[in-house]
Design a protein around this ligand. Sequence first.
Ligand code: BTN
Length: 249
Amino acid sequence: MDVSGLNRAAPVLFESEVDSTNLRIRDMALRGADEGTILFAAAQTAGRGRMGRSFLSPPGGLYASMLLYASEDPERDLTLTPGVAVAVSRAIGRVCGVESGIKWPNDLILQNKKLCGILVESFMVVARRELVIGIGVNVNTERFPPSLVTAISLYQATGERYALEALARALTEELDSFIAAWRKNSACVLTDYRRLCLNLGRTVRLSDGRIGTAVDVDPDFRLLVRFPNGGEEAVSYGEVSVRGLYGYV
Ligand code: BTN
């Protein structure tokens, strides 16, 4: 994959297979890698998912991680993950002509199934907190194991195969422009996020068992849920997860 020629200071690297791009980027950070360094891989043997889960990463997908220095405010950094979802949705739209929606807070969805997962992890490099933004997109995958009935690839959704290189370039450009805007305004993509968020107006079940209707997303990207008794609560994604009542979203 040739991802050279992108106009940016930090390197864009490519490996055919790694254990986890998030782990590789963390190792590079510990050896002094520049902020903005991106690693793409065409397969992972130990892909990391949210909540300690693994992320199946067969050939056919595109797996990426980007290094970022954390800001002074960990609360602000929480807005990074949903914002990245918008940036990735834009990149996929540019290359594949499909608009993927977002299941709050940050899964990209096509045809009611999961197209892409995002995992931001933080770690210390000497006295500085650094972040790795990890993105896994199901691109040309033909089929998933029966245990992953909620997964879908771009190939399955559109019947077309896509050049990983084109997607890697678009992802790099969209991430770079999103990060530049996000540094000035942490809610820079809020309007697009609200438009893409598939939960809005729908019934959600919170991980604590309560059921309500998702009515809005606030500037901190918390989901505003209205309960049958009329009460409302803004829920943070560190605290609860949501599921629709009928299916994945
Ligand atoms: C999730 O939905 O649970 C998050 C999945 C994140 C997967 C990506 S693939 C690239 C990067 N490297 C990893 O090991 N995980 C992330």
